[in-house]
Ligand binder design. Structure first.
Ligand code: ATP
Ligand code: MG
Length: 392
């Protein structure tokens, strides 16, 4: 008897596909391959971190119809590693393959205006904001949105595509810089700390959630995640609230695959959802070494229609992001970081993404530093950070 298309499982040995050739795609390849799958990557750039790890690299643009058809003819399920894949490409893939997450879900998440409206409609609070489609919208924006952050509605990442604006005048200038692109003006909120919930939802609607990490950003880029999050007793209810909010959001999107919801905790204790990443997330990289199943393995399981794995923490972990900056010495000359010194720390697990060129601010890898306790992990992470010249 045929199984319904929504629940059939794809057996190891078969092909899984991914659109996007960056580091998330690379780590997905490794996880899917260790479950026995073959992986095809669609990515125009070569060489690229995922392309060299994949069983097949289809080198074409994300909207190349022939390439999309080739991917979906080969792969019974396809995912993406970034939210900016054209929704039409996902729809095209869906003619032949299971697409996780589905085009509708990605279309909501890739537009900050729709995303915020959707999160709000799920009963989850977001920062006060206003869509800015024209300069008039800025003139009409309430005074309470200043100081604020003007963010491009589409295509932002790692703090790119956003400008802090103190006044309406500054906002008008910044908006001119976006050259007519739709934006959102968000009030600058007094953050106490940031948390993210990484979870997976299977084709059957079953969900698993990872323990929250505490995230520290520098210059708009995630720098450090730590688990277990140092939760003061009074913050415990916030984590439960965040988990419930993430579950509601995943359900509302009828989501399949791994999803991350980023939250702000304000100084007055309120919790706001910042944004949704429809994919494995940088703040979930600790799961590769510190959990029973990594977030990338969950992505492969979810899209293959397999049961999801346990998310339990096996130990404490501090994840240090390694940016291209650590390749530059005091005289600004390029030199390879001292990897043997990093790996001399017995509990340091190094993940490099195989990017050919180091640039400042570019994510080149991460180190998961494990420990029996968070204090132990932090001490070892401090030594690794000192070796690499990362502020910790
Ligand atoms: P990423 O790819 O790292 O998630 P992004 O470009 O999608 O970044 P956001 O997540 O919106 O951008 O913002 C990046 C960081 O900037 C946040 O994690 C937070 O530290 C800060 N930030 C963003 N919006 C606000 C706000 N309204 N108030 C205060 N801080 C903010
Ligand atoms: Mg973000």
């Amino acid at each position: 008897m045929n199984q319904p298309a929504s629940s059939y499982s794809i057996a190891p040995g078969d092909w899984l596909g991914i659109v996007g050739g960056g580091q998330l795609g690379r780590m997905f390849c490794h996880a899917a391959q260790s479950l026995g799958y073959k992986v095809a990557v669609l990515e125009p750039a070569a060489p690229c971190p995922a392309g060299v790890a994949a069983d097949l690299h289809i080198r074409a643009d994300y909207d190349d119809v022939q390439a999309l058809d080739r991917l979906s003819a080969l792969c019974r399920a396809v995912t993406t590693e970034f939210e900016n894949v054209p929704a039409q490409s996902l729809e095209r893939l869906a003619q032949n393959s299971r697409v996780c997450p589905a085009a509708d879900a990605v279309a909501i998440v890739q537009d900050r205006i729709r995303e915020k409206a959707f999160i709000h409609s799920m009963g989850v609070p977001v920062a006060p904001h206003a869509p800015i489609l024209a300069a008039d919208d800025l003139a009409a924006a309430p005074e309470t949105l200043f100081p604020g952050i003007l963010k491009a509605a589409r295509l932002g990442y790692d703090g790119k595509g956003q400008v802090r604006v103190g006044t309406r005048e500054e906002a008008l200038q910044a908006f001119a810089g976006f050259k007519g692109a739709a934006c959102v003006l968000e009030a600058l909120m007094p953050l106490d700390f940031e948390i993210s919930i990484v979870m997976a939802r299977g084709l059957d609607g079953k969900t698993v959630v990872y323990a929250p990490a505490t995230n520290e950003h520098r210059d708009g880029i995630l720098a450090v995640s730590a688990v277990p999050a140092q939760v003061a007793a009074e913050h415990q209810p916030l984590y439960e609230q965040a988990t419930n909010a993430a579950l509601r959001i995943a359900e509302g999107l009828d989501y399949c695959g791994v999803l991350c919801v980023e939250f702000f905790v304000l100084r007055d204790g309120r919790l706001l959802a910042n944004e949704i990443a429809p994919r494995p997330h940088n703040s979930g990289h600790y799961t590769m070494n510190a959990c029973v199943s990594s977030q990338f393995e969950q992505q492969a399981r979810a899209m293959a229609g397999l049961p999801l794995g346990a998310t339990d923490n096996l130990c404490a972990c501090v994840m240090l992001n390694v940016l291209g900056d650590v390749w530059f010495d005091a005289a600004d000359a390029l030199c390879e970081p001292d990897w043997p010194a990093v790996l001399a720390e017995p509990a340091a697990k190094l993940h490099l993404y195989g990017k050919v060129e180091a640039r400042r601010g570019r994510k080149m890898g991460h180190v998961n530093v494990l420990g029996a306790s968070l204090d132990e992990a932090r001490e070892a992470a401090a030594r690794v950070a000192a070796t690499l010249g990362i502020r910790f």
